[in-house]
Design a protein around this ligand. Sequence first.
Ligand SMILES: CC(C)(COP(=O)(O)OP(=O)(O)OC[C@H]1O[C@@H](n2cnc3c(N)ncnc32)[C@H](O)[C@@H]1OP(=O)(O)O)[C@@H](O)C(=O)NCCC(=O)NCCS
Length: 183
Amino acid sequence: MIHPSAQVDTDQIGSHTTVWQFAVILEGAQIGDYCNINCHTFIESNVIVGDRVTIKSGVFLWNGLRIGDRVFIGPNATFINDPYPRSKQHLECHELTTLESDCSIGAAAIILNGVKIGHHALVAAGSTVTRNVPPHGFVKGNPARLVGWVDVSGHPLRFEDGNWRSIDGQIHNQFPPPENSDM
Ligand SMILES: CC(C)(COP(=O)(O)OP(=O)(O)OC[C@H]1O[C@@H](n2cnc3c(N)ncnc32)[C@H](O)[C@@H]1OP(=O)(O)O)[C@@H](O)C(=O)NCCC(=O)NCCS
């Protein structure tokens, strides 16, 4: 479903994807199946979005973004693609910024150019991400720091009795203890 007030110039939109009011998607952008593109969003040409991705309102996806499947992008998250901007000066090519499958970006987070957010990672609301985030990494703050790990449900693990545990008590020992990581 494409809302009549949306402007969609690309013909590369997958099946069952919904595009809501006042979204603008430029020619050349690639959008997968079963995505939800909320109102007041903008997607440039050199952007690839996977399947089942949620893009909340107030999100602008600039050239150079690569977004995997089932990624969640919270409202007003901001992506940077020109580190040293000047008015009317345009980059010929953009560094790729990658959101791997199943990661989630909190509301109003800022993601700098060239960063890779690992699969299943969680970026806390309002964080500024300046470095790569490992798979299942949980980052928070400005600049964002690795503060822990999240399971596939997106909930933070707790470090108790020498083990990372999810809320149901399941142990996840594939992640290093806090003293052996960058936390
Ligand atoms: C970070 C987050 C995942 C909570 O993680 P948590 O480990 O359960 O955190 P807690 O609520 O137990 O808080 C732990 C500490 O982190 C702080 N904190 C919570 N969220 C924070 C954030 N976004 N940025 C910085 N600090 C945060 C708390 O104030 C608390 O600090 P304290 O220990 O000094 O009191 C959550 O607050 C968040 O940002 N989720 C993203 C939600 C979102 O953007 N959704 C979009 C759709 S609405």
